[in-house]
Design a binder for this molecule. Structure first.
Ligand code: 13P
Length: 342
């Protein structure tokens, strides 16, 4: 298969109504934080047990078509000794890989950060492809404050995202481009819209300069919401209106899919907002999810690190995946929450 055919194949697998992506790529410090909340130590074996539980969830592939893995998971095996990327494939779920190396402060730009990991990316991709990865993810973050994000951070992060995307495509790997405008702060929804528009405009300008094939990438943005500490929170309809207004201005129609991150929304909020977005008038992109916390939080709480709670954790994950799958079709209603575990 040519590189272009590989990219098209992967996009076709990742862009399907009723399904979305599970982000299970927490880095070692992040998974340690999630495990600490359920009194579980973050050992390699516990991480393997947890990620096996996730990928072995019966019928997860009905609502999940891709999973983003952390490097360590690519080489771990499930409960039956099968490598975890193959466990995902067995369910019809395409394995992907987080390839950035995390963020550091951006020099001479107080309050702003830049994401590292371009050095050696080509070689790392070769190794990931050999282990089954067909798509990749790179996350850049933008803090909202009076003076943030500054112009330098907006320009530099866009450039890094576009460089990464171009390298991935040259290897036949679909890039997920993730510019996350953080939900932290007390700003109103208008400020989130203003910053997101600038950020996305710059990202697509850089993607164009780096000749990234828009048809062979996915965008993973945050929704347009007020800051978490803002006194007035928005309804799902307001989030949907603002999100589509901004995206219609700056995301080219050639991009096949937008898979939102949950970014600190509660699991139910993330589902309600995605559903409201999909109830709006028709737009050119598939609008779905690529949730981490909003899919996994209830499963982690149900699991608590205990072997006898694996089935309960899998039911919780299956339920959230199903609710979000319905939300991609605008077919979710809150009363469906009560038939959990079905
Ligand atoms: P959240 O949905 O928890 O924001 O995670 C998505 C993700 O992959 C962050 O990079």
């Amino acid at each position: 298969m040519s590189i272009k055919e590989q990219l098209r194949d992967t996009i076709d697998a990742l862009v399907q109504g009723g399904k979305g992506i599970l982000a299970a790529d927490e880095s070692s410090p992040t998974i340690a934080k999630r495990f600490a909340a359920i009194n579980t130590e973050s050992t390699e074996e516990n991480r393997r047990r947890y990620r096996s539980l996730v990928l072995e969830t019966p019928d997860l592939g009905k609502f999940v078509n891709g999973v983003i893995l952390f490097e360590e998971t690519l080489t771990q095996v499930g409960s039956d000794g099968v490598p975890l990327p193959q466990v995902a494939m067995r369910q019809g779920i395409v394995p992907g890989i987080k390839v950035d190396k995390g963020k550091v402060p951006l020099a001479n730009a107080p309050g702003d950060e830049i994401t590292r990991g371009l050095d050696g990316l080509e070689e790392r991709l070769d190794a990931y492809i050999a282990l089954g990865a067909r798509f990749a993810k790179w996350r850049c973050v933008y803090h909202i404050d009076h003076h943030n994000p500054g112009r330098l951070a907006v320009a530099q992060n866009a450039n890094v995202l576009a460089s990464y995307a171009a390298i991935c495509q040259s290897k036949g790997v679909v890039p997920i481009v993730e510019p996350e405008v953080l939900i932290d702060g007390d700003h109103p929804i208008e400020r989130c819209a203003e910053v997101s528009e600038q950020v996305l405009h710059e990202v697509f300008h850089a993607l164009h300069q780096h000749r990234v094939i828009l048809e062979a990438m996915l965008l993973k943005p945050s929704m347009i919401t007020p800051g978490k500490a803002h006194p007035g929170q928005a309804t799902p309809e307001q989030v949907a209106e603002w999100t589509l207004k901004v995206f219609q201005r700056v995301v080219p129609a050639a991009v096949p899919g937008i898979n939102f991150l949950s970014g600190g929304q509660t699991p139910v909020e993330a589902t309600e907002n995605l559903n409201a977005i999909n109830c709006m008038v028709k737009r050119p992109w598939n609008l779905s999810f690529s949730y981490g916390r909003a899919l996994q939080e209830p499963a982690l709480k149900a699991w608590m690190g205990q072997a006898d709670r694996v089935a309960a954790a899998q039911s919780a994950l299956y339920h959230r995946a199903k609710m979000n799958g319905l939300a991609t079709l605008g077919a979710y209603t809150p009363d469906m929450e009560s038939d959990a575990m079905v």
